[in-house]
Write a protein that binds this ligand. Structure first.
Ligand code: FAD
Length: 468
């Protein structure tokens, strides 16, 4: 029997392991193993996983592919399957993340001990992280030369695939009761239903829409959170509902490529770069990539951390972004930078705390992207924003949400404030406050830190990173 071990690849198109499986004529079985431990601190993603797996299994059912679900670790599942069946081969798509590679290594050992053959496919990145190397054979740590090198290597072996495969359109999705254990206990996830359609079909719709419209203005609109200007492909990419190769290849097909459209494909490059980094520097998942940051005197202020998480810092753009993330499971990239900078610089709280909270709250949580995003914003990662460049939450707000539209949507208590003061409500003159019946203390929050003082304190703390 041939087993396809489904990992993070809930798609039919550009899925090498599944293609091999489909073409195999003998007895075969797909299996998915849900390891609770992997998802215990990824609450939001449990909702997406449930939906995505349901979708994918419906498609597998259409093809009459047998499916086995197990609520256990992947290692135990493979051991069980080996005991219960006469397995000739197990196949899977590789995940280039340190913890996943460890699991894979253990499974390979079990298979070797059992004289069972296996085949590993590479379907989740443009190129395997080890393929892109500097001339001196060391890994890249700077984005631009990395991406130039990887793009050239990829384009050299360029082999446009057929992405026009028709996916089944299933009207009434079958519900599999055994998957229900995946859903989080707290039912706050129910509101995600209003904002997202999960699955491979939707990922393709989004890509098609994006490449015919917003991509041509991407560099102009991508930074404005009140505009729906980015692709919102991130959760689909995180769950492998669409491959980055497909996004890249479809981009090659666009006739009017220019500097603007390139900005978009460079983001796919950042994703590749993030995977390249964690593959070569796995310690960065837990520790500062730049060791001099180990001396940074992080604050342990729990009240500040809680206020940041719940969107009660008194800085409207920061609060709007944090509330948006809790509500829809996604945050705009500009705001990930603003809120991230606020946590590590204004509040001087370790980026690890922010990384953890994003992991639990984002639908598009991606180990490599999240950790490299946080290390980038904290200044301790590869090719990172220098620590001393501190995002000003007021000017960022004035620049990227000039009319306060985004703020008004997520912090409705500020709706009545004139445009001039919505970014800094503490400056609202008394007569206007009386007229609109607004009191900072009663209706909103006083800023938890003063911007200029926090900036000075952050710069002083940064001096510690210069000490040996
Ligand atoms: C602190 C911080 C944490 C982040 N955490 C995550 C995360 O957990 N998961 C995640 O997918 N992205 C993360 N990002 C990157 C980025 O914010 C999101 O990928 C993006 O906002 C997703 O929206 P989109 O799909 O509309 O992006 P688009 O602008 O349409 O970009 C297309 C795709 O490119 C990739 N991409 C875009 N920006 C980046 C980037 N800076 N780094 C790596 N890949 C990128 C994503 O896969 C994205 O879907 C983080 C960024 C920061 C600063």
């Amino acid at each position: 029997m041939l087993i396809y071990w489904i990992r993070n690849d809930f798609r039919f198109i550009d899925n090498e392991a599944l293609r091999y499986f489909s073409n195999y004529n003998g007895k075969k079985l797909c299996c998915y193993s849900y390891d609770e431990n992997k998802f215990k601190d990824r609450s939001a993603q449990r909702w997406w996983l449930y939906k995505s797996l349901t979708n994918f299994r419906n498609n597998l059912d259409e093809k009459k592919f047998k499916f086995n679900f197990s609520n256990d670790t992947e290692i135990n599942t493979i051991k069980r399957l080996l005991k219960e069946n006469k397995i000739s081969q197990i196949i899977w798509n590789k995940i280039y993340l340190p913890n996943e590679i460890l699991i894979e290594d253990k499974i390979i050992k079990i298979l070797n001990d059992n004289d069972t053959s296996y085949k590993i496919f590479s379907s989740s990145l443009l190129l395997e992280p080890k393929k892109t190397r500097k001339k001196d054979d060391t890994p890249f740590q700077v984005f631009t030369p990395f991406w130039k090198n990887e793009e050239n290597l990829y384009l050299n072996k360029y082999n446009y695939k057929n992405y026009n495969i028709k996916l089944p359109k299933i009207k009434n999705l079958k519900i599999y009761k055994e998957f229900l254990i995946i859903l989080p206990k707290k039912n706050w996830y129910k509101k995600f239903e209003q904002y997202w359609i999960v699955g491979e079909n939707e990922a393709h719709k989004k890509l098609t829409n994006f490449k015919t419209k917003n991509i041509f203005n991407y560099d102009k609109i991508r930074d404005f959170p009140s505009i729906d200007g980015t692709s919102k492909l991130s959760p689909h990419l995180s769950f492998g509902e669409i491959s980055s190769r497909e996004v890249f290849d479809q981009y090659q097909n666009i006739k009017k490529k220019n500097i603007r459209t390139r900005k978009f494909i460079n983001e796919i490059g950042w994703r590749e770069f993030a995977y390249h980094l964690v593959y070569h520097f796995p310690e960065m998942l837990k520790k500062n990539l730049r060791k001099n940051f180990d001396n940074f005197p992080w604050s342990k202020n729990k009240i500040h951390l809680e206020k940041w998480k719940s969107g009660k810092t008194g800085y409207p753009l920061v609060d709007a972004a944090m509330r948006q993330m809790y509500e829809i499971g996604w945050m705009h990239n500009r705001l990930r930078m603003v809120t991230g900078s606020f946590l590590v610089k204004h509040l001087r709280i370790n980026w690890i705390e922010g990384e953890k909270y994003f992991k639990d709250t984002l639908l598009d949580y991606d180990t490599a992207n999240n950790v490299s995003g946080w290390q980038w914003i904290a200044g301790c990662g590869a090719d990172a924003a220098p620590y001393f460049r501190i995002f000003n939450p007021i000017t960022q707000s004035e620049k990227f949400d000039p009319d306060g539209e985004f703020i008004k949507k997520w912090v409705p208590e500020l709706k009545a404030l004139p445009k001039k003061f919505i970014h800094k409500p503490w400056e609202l003159p008394g007569d206007i406050a009386t007229k609109i019946k607004f009191s900072l203390k009663e209706n909103y929050y006083e800023p938890i830190v003063d911007h200029s003082e926090a900036r000075q304190a952050a710069l002083a703390a940064f001096e510690h990173t210069k000490k040996k």
